[in-house]
Design a protein around this ligand. Sequence first.
Ligand code: PMP
Length: 369
Amino acid sequence: GAKKTYNFCSGPAMLPEDVLLKAQAELLNYQNQGDSVMALSHRSDAFLEILAQAQQRLAALLDLPDHYRILFMQGGASAQFSAVPLNLRQNNLPIGFLDSGYWSQKALEEAQKYAEVDVIASSQSSGYLKAIEQADYQLSKPLSYLHYTPNETIDGNAFYCIPNNQLPNGQEVPLVADMSSCILSEPIDVSRFGVIYAGAQKNIGPAGLAIVIVREDLLARSQQNQQAMPRLLNYATVVEQNSMANTPPTFAIYMANLVFQWLQQQGGLEVIQQRNQAKAELLYQAIDSSRLFVNNVEKNHRSKMNVPFSSQNAELDAKFAEQAQQQGLISLQGHRSKGGLRASIYNAMPYQGVEALVQFMKSFENQYV
Ligand code: PMP
């Protein structure tokens, strides 16, 4: 029978049940092709149709302007930590970073192998309990690009404004965003970005796949930098080869296409945003009114996707995660670097899942406080 669990893992994360059921129904014989979609040639009409649909659906969901390209790549978001600087670095210009947490740092550490980096602003001194505000910095000199992490998956903070990427002379530095843990959770204005990238394993589908959205004019930089990077990471090559510069992760793309279809069926990103807002409000209210649990992230920078919380007692946190697991509320332990607890409540998490969590938090609190 259907499993009655809610999975709060930060990624790989739960997928919509309807999507899993569709994949299950089609697994052995994809649309009368005689075999699984996993075993179809990536050059077959059937697969090319899936790829085209996935691109069209994602473009429709994001209201993608014509001068942007969608790329399906491999190596998750981490491969993009290398790909972005290798593609976009320019002459001897530094790469700017807004450092708002663990994943900002990871991106920065990789980029500095390939170029000088300049930390334009950091919220490290706050313990990453906030993102970065417009007032926190001013760009003063040209950069290859400005990188930021709109949703920090581990620290649980988020930007609610697109950062300022204007130089004093009015020129714009291309803005690059690692949207791994917030992509498709709300509408965004793609036209503000140079590159958007995301690992698929939270809001899109199987781990290993990465979505990259590139503004067309930046492909000239990829061509210029071509000799100095792996062919598979070159955005211009991937665009030219229609995301098939080698055998693409066909099953992952198939799953992503089903998730895009599901999002459209839900009514698109405005509807999803409202649901995510309601889920996050319910959970933060429960934490803020709790006598046991706390979340110290600044209220106007709290992530709607990843909600860290803690009883501030490691033993009690461990007990909570274990007992929750027994109730079917799985993967609530915090990241290994940080401890505590964390509930990831991506698109596929139903409101009822958050209600079940909140109820369990209350009963646990009554038992232990
Ligand atoms: N960036 C962010 C914001 C993430 O949350 C993660 C994964 N949790 C990554 C990058 C790394 O993703 P991957 O494991 O797909 O390389």
